[in-house]
Design a protein around this ligand. Sequence first.
Ligand code: FAD
Ligand code: DLZ
Ligand code: SF4
Length: 510
Amino acid sequence: MQLILVLGDQLTPSVSSLQKHNDGDVILMAEVREEATYVKHHKKKIAFVFSAMRHFAEDLKVRGLNVIYREYDAPDNQGSLSGEVQRAVAQLTPEALIITAPGEFRLLDAVQNWEHELGIPVSILEDDRFLASRNDFADWANGRKQLRMEFFYREMRKKHSVLMEPDGPTGGQWNYDTENRRAPLTNLDVPAPYSADPDTITQQVLELIETEFPDHFGDLAPFSYAVTRQGALEALASFIQERLPKFGDWQDAMLQDEPWMYHSHIALYLNVGLLDPMECIQQAEHAYRQGHAPLNAVEGFIRQILGWREYVRGLYWHLMPDYKERNFLHASRPLPAFYWTAQTRMNCLRQTVLETQQNAYAHHIQRLMVLGNFALLAGLDPDQVNDWYLQVYADAYEWVELPNVHGMVLYADGGVLASKPYAASGAYIKKMSNYCAQCSYNVNAKNGPKACPFNYLYWDFIDRNAQKLRGNPRMGFVFKTHERMSNEKRQAIREDAQRFFKALEENEKV
Ligand code: FAD
Ligand code: DLZ
Ligand code: SF4
């Protein structure tokens, strides 16, 4: 008899560990304190993972499989995966333990010691739910000077025959990103997001979360995520039907009180295995071939899944564990309290933190150009910023969070992922949102107490990091503008930035 451990983000019936299942084997699933608190995840994230785990275990049992399911509040719950495995091994004396490789480095590292600790063979199988294996990525990366997503993506399009014609990419171009940057219209009629009613299992989990994790960030109610494969498929179908046609046009747009925009809201389902990346890609391509959605929308959506998602996962495993230790810009400022409380006069940040607190979700441009841009410009400590992102989003796992935050947002990797820092002044947020109209600051003012902080923090960032960034060929124009600034202007920028940072340090509301 073999023991098969299935983790909370391995909720796929065909996951490699379950493919090894033979009659008589036992499957172990465990809700444990260690996984729920290694960072203090948003309440909605824990509720989603526990409820999805319980539904998945029920499905396996209905199929006649022998599942031991350890609930969080069982009196003898061991509190850790290794503790639960040890207990099951002592009770059942299996010949071997089988597990699909965990998605996070810290857990894989721990599991690699289990054979020694348990005294039985432990098979760690590849997680083949991705479209590029770790070896595929290493083969692509080895020998390249630059590891840019765009070139990886083109290889993936060819390899998987996605949006390809006999003579090249569909439509003649690989990438329609320039068509995906429309500034928002305030009268957009954004459809309501998919919403599922909590069933009995979910209601029990919600009670458990309220009791066990009262001090974790975020609102637990209302809870309307899907928690089953069937529900996740419905959420995907509603995206393809209602939002995909406009996904491209409004991909980078942000609107006050419109947290969901035309995004798909499926990352949390993909990341636990309730959806398969190729089925999402194929459904989107089908919508294009049927004339339901335009190419800029479909290519844009597919690029996120076939390109970015696979690329960041490849990069993570290619460069960990050293990747996490990098801090190219020597950033060290503590994370301001408003990332938790939303107590800030900067409307863009207040909105985004509030929506994150309510939904355990913010869309890409909010994560990148509002929360991330501020973290970059203010020089926030990468460890604290990474921890924050890992805690607050329902889709957050280190393999996807870290490259996005450490690389894309903070440039802490010195340019492995991004060719230049995604730094921007208030003008970008003004162009891509309607946040500035309801802000206490003036986005058009460059200096002084009323000026939008992003404006002077941008130039202060350039000034502070000139030595490190001046050689970047993509930043030539920025540094030319900086060099042309008068000494008075530079002095005003420094003084504004210092005043702002002092207020932050003294916990004043900025
Ligand atoms: P959509 O905008 O509808 O995109 C479709 C799908 O493409 C997503 O569901 C996701 O699976 C994939 N995708 C899109 N962009 C990326 C990307 N940059 N990297 C990887 N996959 C991508 N995504 C996570 O899944 N988990 C995270 O912890 C996470 N942290 C992020 C942190 C920062 C600072 C940034 C800038 C991005 C982060 N992303 C993360 C990527 C992206 O923002 C989310 O995947 C997306 O917002 C999820 O919402 P959605 O499903 O509506 O995505
Ligand atoms: C995210 C999560 C949470 C909150 N809880 C559990 C749990 O109790 N048991 C479990 O097996 N998995 C959980 N997970 C998912 C794991 O954290 C995830 O498998 C690792 O981070 C590796 O990606
Ligand atoms: Fe954000 Fe500045 Fe606009 Fe206010 S004015 S919403 S701080 S960009």
